[in-house]
Design a protein around this ligand. Structure first.
Ligand SMILES: NC(=O)c1ccc[n+]([C@@H]2O[C@H](COP(=O)([O-])OP(=O)(O)OC[C@H]3O[C@@H](n4cnc5c(N)ncnc54)[C@H](OP(=O)(O)O)[C@@H]3O)[C@@H](O)[C@H]2O)c1
Length: 335
């Protein structure tokens, strides 16, 4: 079978994880890579044995002259929309890093251009591929906790350049013009995506509060977002770049409570006593987190969808709703 021709823009920290994913997928052939600097483009091309590399503004040329089937967009946030638009113009299927856009106008433009093309578009929400979330979803869908009343998602690490090492010397994460926002646009987009996956669509954003405590930046490095879901459940998302790496979800229902520490060896740190005999809960209590490379799973799924010509989640709408949640929150602070 003919292999899919893959290109990537943004050979940085996360871009290289995408390259690793494609290089392990037998249906793909890495054709070209682009970066801001020649140094990083060449380095990635050598490491992953990619025949062609581009730098500067030549990512446009890369999209034009290689007959690509797939492009991964892993550049700084402000470039996601223009690069996506160019990829659509060249009829290339897209896997775009989060946040997929940084403004409402960009979302509208990308949506309108995508609508008239028959392309597969994936938003890079790799957390969805952590098997613990499908266990939790089963418990929610089967109403084991009764009706969910509220849910609390906490996600933190010590921020880019401390807990996470971006490679570009631009240090763009701390520049508002290039990042488009602070920790909310970086981390809360993942949280709202998981909450939408677990609970369904959110109805509106009800509140926002933020501060800047530990980084020398204009944007927020801590914030809380309040959301109300269409099923009436209330959600709190708290994200921080000032605290040790942690990720917990607490679910409060009319029949009981479940609290999970996503990366712990034993993820369940609280479950209502009366629910302990339930088989689905037992399954979760026995859950042994195995190392799964969620980014590779996402790439394999995306590639499979491109081969089948079938759009699945996480799609453009998922990326869009996550960005809209944060933009709505930001607009509250400015109001
Ligand atoms: N899904 C996740 O959990 C997750 C985790 C981390 C990051 N991300 C996302 O991934 C994206 C990249 O983040 P990162 O941490 O990988 O940052 P990074 O290491 O700084 O990488 C950014 C890359 O973009 C390149 N770039 C900048 N301007 C460009 C241009 N005009 N043309 C072509 N390439 C250009 C940089 O090139 P040079 O290196 O040559 O300067 C660098 O290779 C961000 O959108 C971030 O939000 C997602």
């Amino acid at each position: 079978m003919k292999k899919l021709r893959v290109g990537l823009i943004g050979a940085g920290g996360f871009g290289r994880l995408h390259l690793q994913g494609y290089s392990k997928n037998e249906n793909c052939e890495l054709i070209a890579v682009a970066s801001r600097t020649e140094e990083h483009a060449k380095e990635a091309a050598e490491k992953f044995k990619i025949p062609k590399f581009y730098w500067g503004e030549d990512w446009k040329l890369m999209l034009k002259e290689n007959d690509l089937d797939i492009v991964s967009i892993c550049s700084p946030n402000y470039l996601h929309a223009p690069m996506t638009l160019e990829a659509i113009e060249n009829e290339i299927n897209i896997l775009c890093e989060k946040p997929i856009c940084i403004a409402q106008e960009e979302l509208k433009e990308v949506e309108a251009k995508l609508k008239v093309k028959n392309l597969i578009y994936f938003s890079s929400f790799q957390k969805r591929y952590n098997p613990i979330f499908s266990n939790v979803k089963k418990i929610i869908d089967n109403a084991i906790l009764g009706q969910l009343v509220s849910i609390r998602y906490y996600f933190s690490h010590l921020g880019p350049y401390t807990s996470w090492r971006p490679l570009s010397k631009q240090k763009w994460f701390f520049d508002s013009r290039m990042a488009g926002g602070g920790v909310a646009l970086d981390l809360a987009v993942h949280c709202i995506d998981i909450l939408r996956y677990l609970l369904g669509e959110y109805k509106r954003v009800n509140g926002y509060s933020s501060n800047t405590i530990c980084k020398n930046i204009e944007e927020e490095d801590n914030c809380i977002i309040l959301v109300r879901f269409e099923n009436s459940c209330l959600g709190t998302i708290t994200v921080s770049w000032c605290n040790e790496p942690m990720e917990t979800i607490e679910l409060f229902g009319t029949e009981g409570t479940l609290k999970i520490d996503i990366h712990a060896k034993q993820p369940v740190f609280h479950i209502s006593k009366k629910l302990k005999k339930n088989n689905m809960v037992k399954e979760l209590l026995n859950y042994q987190p195995a190392f799964v490379n969620t980014q590779n799973l996402l790439i394999d799924h995306f590639v499979e969808c491109v081969l089948k010509g079938k759009q699945e989640h996480p799609n453009f709408e998922d990326g869009k709703r996550a960005v809209e949640c944060v933009l709505e929150a930001y607009s509250m602070e400015k109001a």
